[in-house]
Design a protein around this ligand. Structure first.
Ligand code: NAD
Ligand code: MN
Length: 497
């Protein structure tokens, strides 16, 4: 078993108490590693380190090009360790090795690279139009870093989420304390090692491992922190926002979802079938934007569902590090219980179970759940309203596109959604009517470094990725320069003469 330390002020340290937490392989229940379980005093030390680093200007006052160069070294470091990191990610989080090596790690590289380049390319000065009232002046805005950011991430995409938090923040000149999810801290610690090797100054990036109720709450409350960003559930996000409000911290919240994937009658059925399955069962459904409410037009319903169920039977559930596996376990015993509770709720509310619903008989160890499909779901049911975060699809029938839009929007969430149609102008109209931060047309899940991601309604506040995500780590200062001759001496006269 490997022993990890956490990264505070450029040093690798244990928790002061000596306490540790174990990291388990959810596919076979073996212990993979041990990491420190930080207490409040450990977090405070990291916060102080970030504060000092920020206030000293060691990072913030560095020229943009220099920051960019150091960040690009992190990209090189990630590339050099790609295979190792993908394996560690797969083993410790339950991500299939296919996903970890083809999606998680390459995207982590690309997204880090995007922000490394933006650190240099982004123009931090923006001119305003000429102002001549009430006096003639030259005005511009400067984008400045917010300061010290506390960042809290979930267990579903441990490396990618660490990149989404750290990269834009430091690109904009902030200093950070990252708290990985308790189940999946390892790849964030590997990333910290690469950041250290890239020469980024001590204290700029700190990674503190520990419980959400301890480390997370301190990050959300500590007055030395200027901004807190969390990706997680809506209930925890709301708690973080509440704690952050005491000292009026800026917040970015990326929270839960219950996205609708709408299959219109003119969709290319085979593509839509695969898109619907990819949209739901990728990472055993543990993706915030998963299209777990599948809305199908009644005109094509029977044909579509026959194809969908037949294709779903081809999903190969197995150990995540086996290359043949297309769906691995969920992250923990607790998560499996939650998912099973929802499957029971579906049965209780008389939805029709047409596939799965059980633990696969051949997997004796690990937290597996069969790909599960419910039909005859009413949008009022629990399995249509609540985020399950497991491999469970709720299928709802509709008659018209307007009805589909209504059902899609009948949700407290507003993260994402999909529309499948061969009539693109119409699909765009539908996409615009859906109240979510992202809508894919004839696709699902695909994220790009330049495209903003985030939620409407209770799915969150703010955006990640793109210049939008960068801007969330800046605040704008207006600078006004009086230009002589001063036309409005008059204003000063109000108090002076
Ligand atoms: P979670 O809310 O349980 O935990 C998220 C993080 O918050 C973890 O690091 C956890 O330790 C920490 N935390 C827990 N309690 C805390 C507290 N009181 N104060 C501060 N921090 C605390 O979420 P999870 O179970 O790790 O992940 C699943 C959830 O994350 C789902 O709801 C999913 O939709 C959401 N998610 C959202 C996005 C997005 O971009 N919108 C992406 C991935 C996951
Ligand atoms: Mn949780």
């Amino acid at each position: 078993m490997k022993k990890y330390q956490m990264f505070v002020n450029g040093k690798w340290v244990d928790a002061k108490s000596g306490k540790t937490m174990k990291v388990m392989d959810p596919g076979n229940e073996e212990i993979v590693a041990e990491v420190p379980a930080a207490d409040v005093e450990d977090v405070r030390e990291a916060i102080k380190a970030a504060r000092n680093a920020f206030d000293s200007g060691v990072w913030t006052r560095l020229e943009q090009k220099k920051r960019s160069e150091m960040m690009l070294k992190v990209v090189d470091g990630l590339i050099a360790k790609q295979t190792e990191i993908a394996e560690l990610e797969s083993r410790s989080s339950g991500a299939t090795i296919r996903k970890a090596s083809m999606i998680d790690t390459p995207l982590a590289v690309e997204h880090f690279r995007y922000f490394a380049e933006l650190a240099y390319k982004k123009d931090l000065f923006e001119p305003l139009p000429w102002i001549n009232f009430p006096s003639v002046s030259w005005n511009f805005v400067v984008r400045e870093p917010i300061g010290v950011a506390g960042q809290i991430i979930p267990w579903n995409f441990p490396l990618l989420m660490a990149v989404w938090k750290i990269a834009p923040a430091i690109a904009a000149g902030n200093c950070v304390i990252l708290k990985p999810a308790s189940y999946t801290p390892l790849t964030a610690l590997e990333l910290a090692k690469i950041i250290e090797e890239a020469g980024i100054p001590a204290g700029v990036v700190n990674v503190v491992t520990g419980a959400g109720g301890v480390v997370g709450e301190e990050l959300a409350s500590n007055p030395l922190i200027d901004k807190v960003a969390i990706t997680g559930s809506t209930s925890v996000g709301s708690r973080v926002m509440e704690l952050a409000s005491k000292t009026v911290k800026k917040v970015t919240l990326e929270l839960g979802g219950k996205s609708a994937n709408i299959i219109l009658s003119d969709a290319v059925l085979d593509e839509a079938v695969d898109g619907a399955l990819f949209g739901t069962f990728l990472h055993a459904g543990q993706v915030c934007e998963s299209g777990t409410r599948l809305l199908v037009d009644e005109k094509i319903y029977d044909k579509f569902m026959d194809k969908l169920i037949a294709r779903a039977k081809g999903i190969k559930v197995g150990y995540q590090m086996d290359y043949e596996t297309t769906m691995g376990p969920v992250v923990s015993a607790k998560q499996r219980e939650t998912v099973e509770g929802y499957i029971q709720a579906g049965l209780d509310e008389k939805a029709k179970l047409v596939l799965g619903g059980k633990r696969p008989a051949n997997m004796k160890k690990g937290f597996y759940v069969e790909p599960t499909i419910f039909t005859d779901v009413d949008n009022k049911m629990k399995i249509a309203q609540e985020e399950i975060f497991g491999p469970v699809l709720s299928v709802i029938r509709f008659k018209t596109a307007d009805e589909a839009i209504k059902i899609a929007n009948d949700s407290m969430y507003g993260l994402a959604g999909g529309v499948w149609s061969s009539d693109i102008p119409h699909a765009i109209e539908v996409a615009k009517a859906i109240r979510t931060g992202t809508v894919w047309i004839n696709d699902y899940h695909l994220l790009n470094a330049i495209a903003p991601f985030g939620g409407y309604k209770q799915s969150g506040v703010g955006r990640e990725l793109g210049t939008f995500g960068f801007d969330e780590y800046t605040q704008i200062k207006h600078i006004h320069v009086a230009v002589a001759p001063r036309k409005a001496k008059f204003w000063y006269d109000l108090v002076l003469d």
